[in-house]
Ligand binder design. Structure first.
Ligand SMILES: Cc1cc2nc3c(=O)[nH]c(=O)nc-3n(C[C@H](O)[C@H](O)[C@H](O)COP(=O)(O)OP(=O)(O)OC[C@H]3O[C@@H](n4cnc5c(N)ncnc54)[C@H](O)[C@@H]3O)c2cc1C
Length: 318
């Protein structure tokens, strides 16, 4: 990687928040992915803005990640700069009108916990989703009849030409596991949640009940990126995969979970190639048997070619 970008970013980002040749398996819940040329963790809006400007000026590609819980990074890693919006950018401020301002890098579990402590209900459904609030807005993450779109008042975004804008919920184009963010290449900076009053004990009990259900049904003992495929209209991906006879089906260390067939899990040393091959095989067999085409929910990022090539790859696949 060009030394230029590293030295330019050193003027903006503290050395302890810059990582050269960083293994992406450390930053994805799948525990898969080759090295990123450089990973940075900005701690303020100004650092995010300047970091992006720097990449643009030097024509270096950059990619935004949160907790990496919906990502499959290629074995060849990522050419360019990964900007991780995580715990260094995760302040929470509770308003006096049932609203909560949360910076994009805050984990959903933490935001849900703070809301509970302030007697604010509405985030219970999201408390067990292992991602950041920024990633959850991008994905319109949802579970147990709730979706991010139900609790968002407005979102502060950074456009790629450096403009900061605040979009109200009805302009966020929320759909099933999608929003305007990826379509416009925005970066989520902050989210204003609109919750409602509730009793902390009742909120805590609901969160426990939903998290117990996750423990029971999902293979949380293995690395994964959650549901590998989106729910096709009128079906459940996990049931289709199970009824195709693929429970436990394995390619290398990538396996269809026997506990929940909607999850591809990493049994230990799975490669991105093994996971992609398994996903393709699942898609093919389910289509042959049920004429239903499964669409990935997991997003691919980086280099999926056989050998690591020092070249810029297309934008992440959606
Ligand atoms: C065990 C397990 C269970 C899960 N259960 C659920 C579930 O019940 N419901 C559900 O919806 N999902 C679930 N997921 C998937 C995942 O947790 C969610 O999609 C989560 O919202 C992703 O957040 P993240 O911070 O990890 O985002 P990442 O995976 O890091 O990124 C996801 C996408 O968002 C983009 N992105 C991230 N942050 C920003 C930002 N600040 N600005 C702009 N773009 C950004 C990335 O470029 C990428 O395109 C599960 C995953 C696991 C591992």
């Amino acid at each position: 990687m060009e030394g230029d970008i590293v030295s330019s970013l050193r003027d903006i980002i503290a050395p302890e928040r810059m990582f050269v040749e960083e293994p992406m398996k450390k930053h994805t819940t799948f525990r898969v992915g080759g090295n990123a040329d450089l990973l940075i963790r900005p701690a303020s809006v100004a650092e995010i803005e300047k970091g992006i400007q720097c990449c643009q000026e030097l024509a270096v590609p950059y990619y935004i990640i949160g907790n990496g819980s919906n990502l499959l990074v290629g074995d060849g890693g990522i050419r360019g700069v990964v900007i991780q919006i995580g715990s260094d950018f995760s302040k929470i401020e509770v308003g006096d009108d049932d609203t909560v301002w949360v910076q994009a890098g805050c984990m959903l579990s933490k935001a849900a916990h703070v809301a509970m402590e302030h007697g604010l209900s509405g985030m219970e459904f999201a408390s067990g989703i292992p991602g950041t609030i920024g990633g959850a807005v991008v994905m319109n993450a949802g579970a147990y009849e709730g979706e991010m779109k139900d609790i968002i008042d407005c979102v502060t975004l950074l456009s790629h030409d450096g403009e900061v804008l605040i979009l109200p919920q009805d302009q966020m184009e929320f759909g099933y596991r999608e929003s305007i963010v990826s379509k416009q290449n925005y970066i989520v900076l902050e989210v204003k949640l609109k919750l409602h009053k509730g009793k902390p004990e009742a909120i805590a009990e609901k969160m426990k009940e939903l998290n117990d259900a996750r423990q029971k049904k999902q293979p949380l003992e293995f690395p994964s990126a959650g549901s590998t495929f989106k729910r096709p209209e009128g079906y459940f991906a996990g049931k289709l995969i199970m009824d195709t006879g693929l429970a436990g089906y394995r390619i290398g260390d990538a396996q269809v979970s026997e506990k929940h067939c909607g999850f591809v899990i990493n049994r230990g040393k799975a490669t991105a190639r093994e996971i992609v091959t398994l996903m393709n095989e699942i898609t093919k067999r389910v289509e042959e048997k049920f004429q239903v085409v499964l669409e990935p929910e997991v997003r691919k990022m980086g280099d999926f070619s056989e050998s690591r090539k020092k070249e810029t790859l297309p934008e992440q696949a959606e």
